[in-house]
Design a protein around this ligand. Structure first.
Ligand code: FMN
Length: 163
């Protein structure tokens, strides 16, 4: 089994989670930033991670979805300032699902990720961002050891399911 772990990360949170996932799985594997992936051919499973931006998938991630092959098995992971399992990060996964048409989604995992404090102060003043920005104030220190452990468990479970 050959696995690709790919990610987009501006401030390192999603990269941390990607590395935890990559380290946890004992298969043939590659860890490649999303902008550097040339081809997805030959991968049995792809873990694809991104930070939630404005309840959705960052624009820079979206071209990658077009590279995915019909029926390819994809697991999404994300980091976000808002609370885990909440409506906002779920919305982002739904966007990802709607953009990655034709692939087989085999799992999703979200973790909190600290938000740059200057950005947070600026964003809190904007009406459309207030809801997640309020929640994001307590995201400092994430992803923490427990988040990364949950990420590893998520990855192992997926690999074992399709091994
Ligand atoms: C432009 C921008 C928009 C964001 N929008 C959201 C959002 O809608 N919901 C949320 O929970 N976090 C949001 N965040 C916070 C990031 O998702 C969070 O800090 C994430 O962990 C960053 O990951 P990275 O370090 O891999 O870039 C936003 C951050 C930025 C920079």
């Amino acid at each position: 089994m050959k696995v690709l772990v790919t990610y987009y990360s501006q401030t390192g949170n999603t990269e941390k989670l990607a590395r935890a996932i990559y380290d946890a799985i004992d298969v043939e594997k590659d860890l490649i930033p999303i902008g550097e992936v040339k081809s997805v051919e030959g991968y049995d499973i792809i873990f694809c991670g991104f930070p939630v931006h404005a309840h959705s998938v960052p624009g820079k991630v979206q071209p990658f979805f077009k590279k995915l092959l019909p029926g390819q098995k994809v697991a999404f992971f994300s980091t976000h300032g808002s609370l885990r399992g909440g409506l906002f990060p779920r919305q982002a996964f739904e966007h990802a699902l709607s953009l990655a048409t034709g692939v087989k989604i085999i799992g999703t995992f979200g973790s909190r990720g600290a938000v740059d404090t200057k950005l947070l102060d600026a964003i809190k003043k904007q009406q459309e961002h207030q809801a997640w920005a309020e929640e994001a104030q307590s995201a400092e220190g994430h992803p923490d050891a427990a988040d990364l452990e949950d990420g590893r468990a998520f990855a192992i479970k997926i690999i074992n399911k399709f091994r």
